[in-house]
Design a protein around this ligand. Sequence first.
Ligand code: PLP
Length: 399
Amino acid sequence: MIKINEHYTEIGNNYLFAEIARRVREYKERNSDKKVISLGIGDITQAIVPEVIEAVHKATEEMSRAETVRGYAPDGGYDFLVNAIVKRDFLDRGIALEAGEIFVSDGAKSDTGNIGDILGHENQVAITDPAYPVYVDTNKMVGRSIELLPCTPENDFIPDFPKKTADVIYLCYPNNPTGTVLTKLQLKKWVDYALEHQSLILFDAAYEAFISQPDIPHSIFEIPGAKKVAIEFRSFSKTAGFTGMRAGYTIVPKELTAKTSKGETISLNAMWKRRQSTKFNGTAYIVQRGAAAIFTPEGQKQIRQVIDYYMGNARIIKNGLEALGLTTYGGVNAPYIWAKTPDNLTSWEFFDLLLNKVQVVGTPGSGFGSAGEGFFRFTAFGNKENTLEAVERIKTLFA
Ligand code: PLP
């Protein structure tokens, strides 16, 4: 008889965005004449930049000839990409990493979800609330004990240390969904906590490219001692429009160790390498060539233009909502604006109001955790015309 992983019965069926999609679909079925604008799911709307497309075309050509065709990629990624990452994303920022500490992947969702493979189920886990749902769900899938760390206006969205000592801590900065950040000093406190308690920080830096202010760390490895306690996840999805192309990478420092139950010291880098080489067969050569093109001077210039475009949308949304008297957070170092709902509406009440009255879709904050109740997430990933129109439509609600 099949024995299932019973923990799956505890996480429910509905992924947040599936529920949003269902409500929007039903609305459209009833109102086929209405144009719905989505500032909801964090997906790109702008074309992938020419430098990347050119590299992809060239790589595709190589695949058409026996002399240059590529098969399985090397574990951890091709040198041309890994070396570009080591130099441009880290060395140029004063962080020295070895190529063997970088693991190219098909994106940060898989890696933030899969990292739990190398961690015992008995770990006590701390996760900020609200959060990107993958952290909570993947830990629930194996029955780990989770303490949620509320991030609200009351604590300036800076999580307090857990009441129960945490073995594993998830931090995501710039944050999805709140768009808030930690300064170096604030992040250092968490690194010091982890050093003191021998905990592991899983640092999701998927949105680092959107940071605009100084003193906001782009990488946790800017903090002294972090290589002993942290794994960092990066994604090309929002940085360079790779949500459909699929590429990211994870840094597992060689200094990072844990103890086995017998008290032996074990390298998490070696464990992750073992896990990936067993369960993952690499990111497509063509995609890795595309990703490497991001790091050329022209590639950097082109992706910066797209990021600036999205951050222009963030300003339109943030300024527009604030002019209406709504309180907003984020939107300065992140492509997300976290708005307090008006009149104490619940997140889903505000969702329904926006959809039914002005045909604007956002994401209910409560979908990211109970501390997100009463908040609403708008994304800057729309096109500018739609973003402007959405804000105009929202204004009519307050007229
Ligand atoms: N981490 C965070 C915080 C995200 O918001 C997302 C995507 O929305 C991801 C990871 C996943 O990124 P990827 O497309 O690289 O899987």
